[in-house]
Structures are given as structure tokens and as C-alpha cells.
Design a protein around this ligand. Structure first.
Ligand code: MN
Length: 414
């Protein structure tokens, strides 16, 4: 069923400008709002297909909870269910199909006339650490006298549980957090972070509830992955450095995590799957997976008007399947709508790093931006924009931007 929706020769009767993130081969799901309320839609070019309107007209058949949905969660019962809705949307939007022509506005709404909303209610959020280059870079910085990779790193996808309640939609301002940190010499202080950073990540969203005690086999894990979003895992490095021993990241991360508005389905990404990097040593059997589950996804970060990083997701050491199998390998519950972020996506060279702490070498070599200013860490008013796209020269599947602007910390507490 996926095959037809990603056929590169498909065209839509909805105009799709050259370079759009949302050709008919993509059809990502999101949540939008206008004077008629909040509902679920599918992006096409510079429009959104209003699934509730199309359902009300009797042209697409949704369950009652799907038609009434104000988040994607009711449509995440299974990957097949989401795929069936997307397949029908593809039929309706294909050039030559006129089923929608009799309903008001043909069932589509210009994106400029709606406000996008957080697409998911996220039950649980996990952040991994699955880029070999990023883990090596940070290991060298934080533990210069030790092996950069901890001994577990090549045996399991290292991660931690994050805070789902502070996941926010792209374009939401991010307030500089207060926290406890230690000046280079002296006692701990409590004040606004002075080492605020971003982390370029890709997150997958689960579908189908998995009860306790039913580990997801690694070779079936993708049945539980609905799609992907771009994630900015904002990080207060000063708070993080002081708090993280021995239990890992905590308040240095939990003040905000920004996601992009559109869930790009794994179905739409099928043509862009590639072999993941070889793994040495071979993982234990429960994490031994099909190596062809990498993804050829290009990523970029702008700081204000300057592109400061270009990198690729295809070199991630641990695959999404392995991450999800690991998460449930102890019998933990997995719920539809959970978000699992990849960890910072970094390449091997300057200009391919997915965080400022790597790009500016922990403050030692500040970045020079296009306007001549320099950055070691983020300043108030700075805007970080992340973009991602798969492009095989015929079709470009984009994610829509993940944008966040830093606003000043409150002057005082209380
Ligand atoms: Mn992270």
C-alpha cells in the first residue's frame, strides 16, 4: 500500500511549489486550528487537507474518535491504520481525482489561514545518545583523561527519560532557565543559565499500546513507529554539568524540548532507507537487527541568519528499531504517541556537529555569524532553526522547520 503513495511520478491537483517540504509523496499529519476549531490534517504544498471536513462530507471514513481528534493520538492505534488514512488522502489529492471538488474549499485550507498546534499528547519522552561522533566528541570534552566512549556505549543505546510535559511546538519561545550551577572557581550559585545550547535530533513517535511485560522484538519494532519529527533538545550546559552525576540529565534539559509540527510517516520515508553503519562488537541477540533500517535524512541548523551545521542522520550508530527494542526489553509499557529522540546528530568534522558545545569547542572557539557577531553559547533573542529533508533527486520529502527563539530569564524568582 505504501508503494503507490511514494511513486515519484504522482502529482497532485493542489499546487505544490518547487522545493516544498510537502509534495504528494509526503503527506505528513499535523494539528491545526482556525475559527472552525482544532482538527487533524495532512499537509500538501502550502495547504492542509482538513480530515474532519472530508469525513463530514462522507468522502473519508474515520472512526468517531478520529474525526473528533484534536491531536494525532486517536489515529495512532496502529501503523496500518495511519497508513490507510494516508493512502486515502493520497488518492483524494492525486491529479485527476475530483471526489473533493464538490465540497467547500475542496476540503483544503491554506496554511497561512491556520495556526499549527502541538500535534501530539506525548505520554513518555526518552532521549538517546546514539551518534558515535557526538558521544565521542562529548566524552573527550567532559572526560579528557578517559576513553571517550563509556564501556556500555557499543552494547546498548544509552538514553534517559525526559519530561514530556515541557515538549513544545516549533515557534514557541524558550525562556532561559534558572538553575544551580558552579562557576569555574567557587561555590554553587542559583541563577540564569549562561551556557545555553541546542541539540539537533530526530525523534520517532510510537503507535499502538504495548502492555507491560511484552518486549517489542527488534525485528518487529518498526510496526510500532508511526513517523518522525525534528527535535531540539535544548540544553543548559552549566546546569547539566553540575547535576548529571550520577543519574544523568535532569533540569538542564527539562525546561523545554521543541518539536516540528508535522509527523512525517515512516511509510513516506520508505524510499530513503539505507544501511546503518556497521556495529562492532555485534550487539546481543535481542538488539541484533536488520542493518538496512538507517535513514538517508539530511539535516541543517541555522543560528539567526547563518547556517552553522549541515549533517546527516544516515550515520547514526543505533537504529530506531534497536532503540525501541531496548526501551521495552525490560517489559516497560510503550504507549501510542511516545516520543523517542535520537540524541544529538553529529558528523565527524567541524560544520557537521549538532550542538554549539561541539561547534564552538566548549566555548574555546566561538562561532562567527554572518553579521560579524560571535557565539560560544546562545544569547537572548537568538533563533535556532532546524530543517530536515530526504532527497533522491526526484522527490524531496521535508519535515517543516523546527524553530525556537531564546527569551530572557525572569529577573527574579518567586
Ligand atoms: Mn539530547
Amino acid at each position: 500500500m505504501t508503494g503507490r503513495t511514494v511513486d515519484p511520478t504522482l502529482r497532485s491537483w493542489v499546487p505544490v511549489p518547487a522545493g516544498s517540504d510537502f509534495p504528494i509523496q509526503n503527506l505528513p499529519f499535523g494539528v491545526f486550528e482556525d475559527e472552525r476549531g482544532r482538527r487533524v490534517g495532512v499537509a500538501i504544498g502550502e495547504h492542509v487537507l482538513d480530515l474532519r471536513a472530508v469525513h463530514d462530507a462522507g468522502i473519508i471514513r474515520l472512526e468517531a474518535d478520529e474525526a473528533a481528534a484534536v491531536s494525532l493520538n486517536p489515529m495512532l492505534g496502529s501503523r496500518a491504520r495511519l497508513g490507510a488514512i494516508r493512502h486515502r488522502a493520497s488518492e483524494l489529492l492525486t491529479e485527476g481525482n475530483e471526489e473533493l471538488f464538490g465540497i467547500p474549499g475542496r476540503g483544503i485550507v491554506p496554511l497561512e489561514q491556520v495556526t499549527l498546534q502541538l500535534p501530539l499528547e506525548v505520554p513518555d519522552y526518552v532521549d538517546f545518545y546514539s551518534s558515535l561522533h557526538h558521544a565521542t566528541n562529548l566524552g573527550r570534552m567532559f572526560r579528557p583523561d578517559a576513553e571517550p566512549l563509556p564501556p556500555n556505549w557499543r552494547h546498548l543505546p544509552v538514553g534517559y527519560h525526559g519530561r514530556s510535559a515541557t515538549i513544545v511546538l516549533s515557534s514557541t519561545d524558550v525562556r532561559r532557565p534558572w538553575g544551580q550551577h558552579t562557576p569555574p572557581a567557587g561555590d554553587p550559585v542559583f541563577g540564569p543559565s549562561t551556557r545555553l545550547d541546542f541539540e539537533l535530533e530526530v525523534g520517532f513517535v510510537t503507535c499502538g499500546d504495548v502492555p507491560a511485560g511484552r518486549p517489542i522484538p527488534v525485528d518487529r519494532a518498526e510496526e510500532h513507529i508511526a513517523g518522525l519529527v525534528l527535535v531540539n533538545d535544548w540544553s543548559a550546559r552549566d546546569i547539566q554539568a553540575w547535576e548529571y552525576v550520577p543519574l544523568g540529565p535532569f533540569l538542564g534539559k527539562s525546561f523545554a524540548t521543541t518539536i516540528s509540527p508535522w509527523l512525517v510517516t515512516l511509510d513516506a520515508l520508505a524510499p530513503y532507507r539505507v544501511p546503518a553503519p556497521p556495529q562492532h562488537p555485534e550487539p546481543l541477540p535481542h538488539l541484533r537487527a536488520d542493518p538496512n533500517l538507517g535513514l538517508d535524512l539530511e539535516l541543517e541548523v541555522d543560528l539567526n541568519a547563518t547556517t552553522i551545521a549541515r549533517t546527516t542522520f544516515r550515520d547514526m550508530y543505533w537504529t530506531m528499531s534497536q532503540q525501541l527494542a531496548h526501551v521495552s526489553s525490560n517489559g516497560a509499557v510503550v504507549r501510542a504517541g511516545d516520543l523517542y529522540a535520537s540524541g544529538t546528530v553529529s558528523g565527524p568534522d567541524q560544520g557537521t556537529f549538532g550542538s554549539l558545545i561541539e561547534l564552538a569547542e566548549d566555548g574555546a572557539r566561538p562561532l562567527r555569524l554572518g553579521d560579524g557577531s560571535e557565539r560560544a553559547f546562545l544569547e537572548d533573542g537568538d533563533t535556532v532553526t532546524m530543517r530536515g529533508f530526504c532527497d533522491d533527486g526526484r522527490v524531496r520529502i521535508g519535515f517543516g522547520a523546527n524553530v525556537g527563539t531564546i527569551v530572557p530569564a525572569p529577573d527574579e524568582r518567586g
